[in-house]
Write a protein that binds this ligand. Structure first.
Ligand code: SF4
Ligand code: SF4
Length: 335
């Protein structure tokens, strides 16, 4: 197949099994994602958008939505309906923020009381915005909410898919509430839940919620990868968190659990060049076909050893201790 943009040949583009969803075969998601590109550039949206823009793979997404069991389809539709409250009027009287650290703590506390499992704050950077989007806010508050581990062991069943959409509903409610509270203080804030036109993963990493794993999802100590993300973009002055090193690469470089268990053989065992950065990468074209067929798949995040409840802190401590010991035996600086 020849790429309509670059004229290059996409050698690994899969057969369009859902050909009746397209008038024309979509451009490979790996080309859109910038696989193999050595120049830094912002991401282009492929799939899972808000619906505000027509995406290259929108037809498959529509197919995905329409072929879901009715209960899951309705829950999803309800989630999207609730997200109409993502933004709203800002109170005229503005609360002066003299202590951004205290305000950050207040907002994190509100998020936790609303059910959030973990919260981090970071500057809104260009790598979280798709091409063509403007950075209208300065700061992102990123929220993580765990899925029930036992239920999610049943991926790829209807029960697990329902747990995922329910988690998306609950996390959307948390960020909607947080954004409304910030607007009541006289500052702009907008919630971004499921299918938002925003890259939650780089924000979560910068906000200290975890590191990128080989399976392309964030891994944190609290829930491994068994969680969903949502964000609030705002202008209220807040103290920022920073990225963390919990030892994810130390394990991923040797572990192959997700690469072996991925039925679509979509997870690369080595880091690849993507838009000017070498990183873990999941083959979009291979993953999406299985993902769509199986109510959202998610096998890779459930088999990951980090996702076992209460495993993260001790796993991280062990990996960092071993790294420090290696470094010491090699005469390098202790970590
Ligand atoms: S299963 Fe193993 S290789 Fe895959 S993300 Fe988890 S730790 Fe990394
Ligand atoms: S979601 Fe499923 S198909 Fe996609 S990378 Fe993970 S295990 Fe593979």
């Amino acid at each position: 197949m020849t790429c309509r943009t670059t004229g290059t040949v996409a050698k690994r583009f899969p057969p369009a099994r859902y050909h009746y969803g397209y008038r024309t075969t979509p451009l490979s998601g790996n080309i859109i994602n910038g696989l193999g590109e050595s120049q830094k550039r912002r991401a282009r949206q492929v799939f899972h958008g808000s619906g505000a823009r027509q995406l290259e793979w929108s037809a498959l997404e529509s197919f995905f939505g329409l072929t879901m069991p009715l209960g899951i389809y309705l829950r999803n539709a309800l989630n999207r309906w609730e997200l109409r409250k993502s933004d709203g009027p800002v109170a005229r009287s503005r609360l002066a923020v003299s202590d951004p650290a205290a305000m950050a703590e207040d907002l994190k506390s509100l998020a936790r009381r609303s059910g959030a499992g973990a919260v981090g704050i970071t500057a809104l950077t260009e790598n979280a915005l798709f091409q063509g989007q403007q950075a209208d806010y300065s700061t992102a508050i990123v929220v993580a909410l765990a899925q029930d581990y036992e239920t999610m062991q049943a991926v790829t069943t209807r029960k697990a898919a329902m747990e995922t959409v329910t988690t998306y509903r609950d996390i959307s409610r948390i960020v909607i509430r947080l954004a409304a509270h910030i607007r009541s203080l006289g500052w702009r804030a907008r919630a971004y839940g499921e299918s938002a036109d925003l890259l939650h993963i780089p924000l979560a990493i910068n906000a200290g919620l975890g590191q990128l794993g080989k399976h392309g999802s964030v891994i944190g100590t609290a829930f491994g990868s068994n969680f969903r993300l949502a964000s609030v973009l705002t202008d209220i002055p807040l103290a920022l968190d920073g990225p963390v090193d919990i030892g994810v690469d130390d394990l991923c470089l040797g572990c192959q659990r997700c690469t072996i268990d991925c039925p679509a053989d979509a997870i690369s065992d080595t880091k690849l060049m993507v838009r000017g950065e070498k990183k873990w990468y999941v083959d979009f074209d291979k993953c999406v076909m299985y993902f769509v067929k199986t109510l959202g798949c998610g096998i890779c995040i459930e088999v990951c050893p980090w996702s076992r409840p209460d495993r993260g802190p001790s796993l991280s401590a062990t990996l960092l201790r071993k790294r420090a010991a290696r470094s010491a035996s090699e005469g390098g600086p202790k970590v």
